[in-house]
Design a protein around this ligand. Structure first.
Ligand code: AQP
Length: 327
C-alpha cells in the first residue's frame, strides 16, 4: 500500500497558491493509501516569526486541513513539533547531506539572496535535511508537492540511495507527485513571481473576505493586447488567471482559454472571480465552523500519538543501522 505524506509550513496566512498546489488535492489521496499530513511548524522557525502568529497560523492550517475534506479516521493529521522523532532523525541524517548540494537548493538561494550571511540561520540552510527526515520517518513513497518543492524531494532521494548503499535497505525511496493543474500559481501583481505566503504582495489569502478576493482578481495585472489566450511567455498575467480558473474547474489552462476566446479581459476576470468564490466561500464556511468548535485540538492530539507510533519504528531501525546502542 502507498504511504503518502505532505505538509504545509505555518509561515503566514495560507494563499490560493497553497490551496491549488496542495490543500485541494489532499483528500483525494485518502483512497489511494495511508496518508500523513502535518503542519511543518519547525520549518516555520527557519526565518524570523512572531510566536503568537506562528501559533495562530498552525491552528488555522489544522482547520483548513479538516475543511478541505481530510478525514482524521483515514488521515493522520499532526504537528511536526509534537513528534520528536523528526528532530531525532534529522540529527542523524544531516550527516549524509553535503554543503555543496545544500548551497545549490533554489529555495535557499531565493530566500537568502538578499540577506547578509550573518543573518542567515543554520536552519534555513539545513531545511532539506529536516524535510527528508519528515518524509523518511513514515516510509512515504509518494510526496505530493508543488513544483518548487520537487528539488528537495530529489535531494531526499539522493540521501536514501547514499544511506541504503552504506547500511542496507533501510529507508524507502520517495517520489514527488506534482499537481497537474496549478503546480505554480503566480502573484497577481507580478506574474513573474510565485504567489507565496511569506511575500504577500499579489496574494489571495484563503481567509480574505469574498469582496476582497473579487477586487484582487479584478485588479490583477494583465498583459498588453486584448485577447484571452494561454501563452505563459507573452501573456503571463492572463495565463496565470487561466491556470487559476482551470484549477477551479478541473480543466487545463489551454481548455479554459478556449472558453474565453471572444471575451474581453474584464469579463474574463469576472468569471475567474466567480469560479474562485464558488469554491472558496463554502470552504471558508467549513473552516469557520471547525475553528469555532475547537474539534481540531483533539484531532491534532490523536494524530501526534499515531504519528509517534509509526515514526518510532523507523527511527529505531536507523539508530541501530548507524551504530547507536539500543540494548
Ligand atoms: N504559488 C503556489 N502555486 C502552487 N503551489 C504552491 N505551494 C505553495 N505556493 C504555491 C505549495 O503549497 C505547499 C505548502 O507549501 P509550504 O508552506 O510548505 O512551502 P512553500 O512552497 O515555500 O509555500 P509558500 O506559500 O511559498 O511559503 P513561504 O512563503 O513560507 O516559503 C507545497 O506543496 C507548495 O509547493
Amino acid at each position: 500500500m502507498d504511504r503518502i505524506l505532505s505538509g504545509i509550513k505555518p509561515t503566514g496566512s495560507l494563499t490560493l497558491g497553497n490551496y491549488i498546489g496542495a490543500l485541494k488535492h489532499f483528500k483525494d489521496f485518502q483512497d489511494q493509501g495511508e496518508v500523513f499530513i502535518f503542519i511543518a511548524d519547525l520549518h516555520a522557525l527557519t526565518l524570523p516569526i512572531d510566536p503568537e502568529v506562528l501559533r495562530e497560523n498552525s491552528r488555522d492550517i489544522a482547520c483548513f486541513y479538516l475543511a478541505s475534506g481530510l478525514d482524521p479516521k483515514k488521515t493522520t493529521i499532526f504537528l511536526q513539533s509534537q513528534v520528536p522523532q523528526h528532530a531525532e532523525l534529522n540529527a542523524i541524517l544531516q550527516n549524509y547531506l553535503y554543503m555543496g548540494e545544500l548551497k545549490r537548493m533554489t529555495q535557499f538561494k531565493d530566500k537568502c539572496s538578499k540577506m547578509n550571511d550573518s543573518a542567515i540561520g543554520l536552519g534555513i540552510f539545513a531545511y532539506p535535511s529536516l524535510m527528508a527526515s519528515d518524509i523518511l520517518l513514515y516510509d512515504a513513497n509518494k510526496v505530493p508537492v508543488g513544483e518548487d518543492q520537487v528539488q528537495h524531494v530529489e535531494l531526499a532521494r539522493d540521501l536514501v540511495n547514499r544511506f541504503n548503499h552504506r547500511y542496507g535497505d533501510i529507508l524507502t525511496l520517495p517520489k514527488a507527485e506534482v499537481t497537474k493543474i496549478g503546480k505554480r500559481i503566480m502573484s497577481l501583481s507580478d506574474p513573474s513571481k510565485k504567489m507565496s505566503k511569506s511575500d504577500p504582495k499579489g496574494d489571495i489569502f484563503l481567509k480574505d473576505d469574498p469582496a476582497v478576493i473579487r477586487k484582487k482578481i479584478m485588479s490583477a495585472k494583465t498583459d498588453s493586447g486584448s485577447e484571452v489566450s494561454y501563452d505563459v511567455e507573452n501573456k503571463p498575467g492572463i495565463s496565470n488567471l487561466l491556470t487559476i480558473y482551470g484549477a477551479m474547474k478541473d480543466i487545463s489552462p489551454e481548455e479554459a482559454a478556449k472558453l474565453f476566446t471572444n471575451s474581453r479581459y474584464g469579463d474574463f476576470k469576472k468569471e475567474v472571480a466567480n469560479a474562485v468564490l464558488e469554491e472558496l466561500i463554502p470552504f471558508q464556511e467549513r473552516y469557520q465552523k471547525i475553528k469555532e468548535s475547537g474539534e481540531y485540538l483533539s484531532v491534532l492530539k490523536e494524530g501526534a500519538q499515531k504519528a509517534r507510533d509509526v515514526a518510532s519504528v523507523i527511527l529505531k531501525k536507523v539508530q541501530h543501522a548507524v551504530g547507536l546502542l539500543d540494548e
